[in-house]
Design a protein around this ligand. Structure first.
Ligand code: ZN
Length: 187
């Protein structure tokens, strides 16, 4: 459950079932990345010859070929809470069902209006998914409210509540086991 993400006090992976309320358009839905490593590329000042150069900060090289890479910020909700999720690259591709490059408008300009979402991205709103979430140490330490998604599965709308109940049951069981172990170790 989402509420449990916020009270988590250790770095861990967990699963939540939730529905996507809205795609957060405070951020653009992709960034330009190095074709080889998908890491963010920085646009360099154009030179006199017409080739636009970029720099990959990870590989520390100048490149002239970049591709759009998904970076979706989603606001999601379950019965307990709302939170923000970050989906990168192939994880986002799993739920969108398209490569970022197929939805891109072929413009290398800075995105001025992130509100302009491709319809395939907008179509995520209202859909339910099971997300595997990584709770990072800054989520734990600073209470940062954005969680990074490691994997996702589409949950059929009709059965997602049932699945949520099952996971909840499972979580309770695990918690009881953990408590029992703690009691044993204390005695
Ligand atoms: Zn690179």
């Amino acid at each position: 459950m989402i509420s449990e993400l916020f009270i988590s006090n250790q770095v861990e992976n967990c699963k939540i079932i939730c529905s996507i309320e809205v795609v957060d358009t405070d951020w653009s839905w992709f960034y330009f990345g190095h074709k080889g490593c998908k890491h963010r590329a920085i646009k360099l000042q154009s030179t006199h010859d017409d080739i636009q150069l970029w720099r990959c900060e990870k590989c520390q090289v100048k490149i002239n070929e970049v591709i759009p890479v998904f970076k979706l910020h989603l606001i999601v909700r379950d019965d307990t809470e709302t939170c923000k999720l970050l989906l990168l690259n192939t994880v986002a591709k799993t739920i969108v069902g398209h490569e970022a490059v197929d939805l891109w408008d072929d413009s290398y300009d800075v995105i001025e209006d992130p509100e302009l979402l491709p319809e395939q991205v907008r179509a995520l709103e209202g859909k339910s998914f099971c997300f595997g979430i990584f709770v990072k140490s800054d989520n734990v330490r600073d209470g940062a409210a954005t969680f990074r998604v490691l994997e996702c599965l589409l949950v059929k709308c009709s059965c997602w509540k049932e699945t949520a109940r099952m996971i909840q049951k499972n979580a309770k069981h695990l918690l009881q086991n953990a408590k029992r172990k703690m009691l044993i170790s204390q005695t």
